[in-house]
Design a protein around this ligand. Structure first.
Ligand SMILES: [Zn+2]
Length: 55
């Protein structure tokens, strides 16, 4: 079981992106950054664990 991804980070502007789809393997299928307009899966990354707020 992998952790559920709450958001992606845009590689262009480092903004959190909440509009995205991830497939069953955790690979980004599609994403869109409303800040800079990036819309390619390769332009986003999953945030590092240390960036996540602990519950
Ligand atoms: Zn962006």
């Amino acid at each position: 079981m992998s952790e559920e991804i709450d958001y992606l980070v845009c590689r262009n502007c480092e903004s959190p992106c909440y509009v995205f789809e991830v497939d069953a393997k955790g690979t980004v299928a599609s994403a869109f950054c409303s800040v800079c307009g990036a819309d390619g899966p390769a332009e986003f990354r999953v945030p590092d664990l240390e960036e996540l707020e602990p519950d």
